[in-house]
Structure formats: structure tokens, C-alpha cells
Ligand binder design. Structure first.
Ligand SMILES: Cc1cc2nc3c(=O)[nH]c(=O)nc-3n(C[C@H](O)[C@H](O)[C@H](O)COP(=O)(O)OP(=O)(O)OC[C@H]3O[C@@H](n4cnc5c(N)ncnc54)[C@H](O)[C@@H]3O)c2cc1C
Length: 175
């Protein structure tokens, strides 16, 4: 019966559910996760987010800096628990992907996880001018996690300089 074994093995391999790994749990990553879950209930969806926040709204940063709310969990529209419980999405917070290979990722917790499909939703990086500006009191405004550090020192400052007059710079200036 060698081919029976082969046939069983073939069906076993092909019945394995596909796994989608998403790197980044911001608006893009969680929208993709939800959409994939809705379209393919049979897929396993795993999201890695390097901070403790997912589905976060950086547009709330100026209001947080202004002190209009203190609970930084309010940056999150939905919590990791919600996504696990209600949508069956495996969200792994405080776990950064540090290596991507063909069919697998490795995280800073030493986990190696295989993927059939990979989604990169890691956002953008603020453009820092090529001038020597570094130090404990220099910040970029990009992720809610940065806002927590910024607010901690902001209130003890007498003056603040802002580089960049796009809407983010102007919104922060007006707080
Ligand atoms: C102050 C401010 C105000 C804004 N106001 C508005 C507004 O009013 N309207 C509007 O439409 N947009 C606004 N935006 C822009 C909006 O917030 C962004 O367009 C949106 O957050 C982009 O979502 P994203 O998921 O692509 O990226 P991000 O929000 O940057 O999410 C990427 C995620 O990936 C994670 N990540 C990165 N690398 C790794 C890794 N290796 N492993 C695991 N996780 C990783 C990051 O921690 C992050 O959580 C504003 C932005 C700011 C900063």
C-alpha cells in the first residue's frame, strides 16, 4: 500500500491551513489582518507588533501632549484581546521581527514562525535632517509610544523648537 500512504500524505499536506504573518500592528497591519480573516476564515493570521500598542491612532498624539487625556491605552481603537477573542487573530505585542527569510520570520524573543504569505506593514520612518541633533531632549513625533517619552520631559521645558511645518509639526506646535 505505498501509494495509499502517499495519497494520505498528499492530502494531509494540502489540508494544512495557510498562515499569514503580518509585521506591524498599526492601522495598515490590523486592517489587513481583519480583511484577510473576513475573506479566509480558514487562514491562520499572526500579527507581530514591536510595541505594546496595536490598531493605534497617532493622530491623537497632539491631544495627549496637550494633556487632554492621560490613559495612553486610549490610543488604541481595539485591544489585542479584542482581536484575539472577536476576530480569531493571533496578535503578539512587544515582539519585533528581526529577520525575514524565505517562508519564515525570527523575532527578538527568539521565536521562528513560518509563513505562506507575508505582509509588511511596518509604517514609515521620520526623515531626520543631516545635522548633528541627538540627545535626551530630541524626539520625533511618529508613534504613540514616542509621545509617552516626549510628554514625560515636555512639561519641565521652558521652550521647544519644532523642525517641520507639515500638519504634524503644526498640530504639535498648537498644543
Ligand atoms: C501626530 C500625527 C497626526 C496624524 N493625523 C492624521 C490624521 O488626522 N488623519 C490621517 O489620516 N492620518 C494622520 N496621521 C498619519 C497616520 O497616523 C499614519 O498614516 C498611519 O498611522 C500609518 O499607519 P501604518 O499602519 O502604515 O504605520 P504605523 O502607524 O507606523 O504602524 C506601523 C507599526 O509597525 C510596527 N513595526 C515596525 N517595525 C516592526 C518590526 N520589525 N516588528 C514588529 N513591529 C514593527 C511599529 O511599531 C508600528 O506600530 C497622523 C500621524 C501623526 C504622527
Amino acid at each position: 500500500m505505498p501509494y495509499l500512504k502517499g495519497i494520505i500524505y498528499f492530502f494531509f499536506l494540502n489540508s494544512r491551513s495557510m498562515r499569514v504573518v503580518i509585521i506591524g500592528g498599526g492601522a495598515a497591519g490590523m486592517s489587513a489582518a481583519s480583511r484577510i480573516r473576513r475573506l479566509r476564515r480558514d487562514f491562520e493570521v499572526v500579527v507581530f507588533e514591536r510595541t505594546g500598542m496595536i490598531s493605534h491612532a497617532p493622530c491623537g498624539i497632539p491631544y495627549y501632549l496637550e494633556g487632554l487625556f492621560d490613559n495612553y491605552e486610549l490610543f488604541m481603537h481595539y485591544t489585542p484581546d479584542y482581536f484575539g477573542r472577536e476576530r480569531g487573530i493571533d496578535v503578539r505585542t512587544n515582539e519585533a521581527v528581526i529577520e525575514v527569510g524565505l517562508g519564515y520570520v525570527v523575532t527578538d524573543r527568539g521565536n521562528k514562525v513560518g509563513w505562506d504569505y507575508l505582509v509588511l506593514a511596518t509604517g514609515a520612518i521620520p526623515a531626520i535632517p543631516n545635522i548633528p541633533i541627538k540627545g535626551d531632549h530630541v524626539f520625533t513625533v511618529h508613534h504613540p509610544a514616542d509621545a509617552i517619552n516626549l510628554r514625560n520631559v515636555l512639561y519641565s521645558m521652558d521652550s521647544v523648537g519644532i523642525i517641520g511645518t507639515g500638519y504634524i509639526g503644526l498640530e504639535v506646535a498648537s498644543t
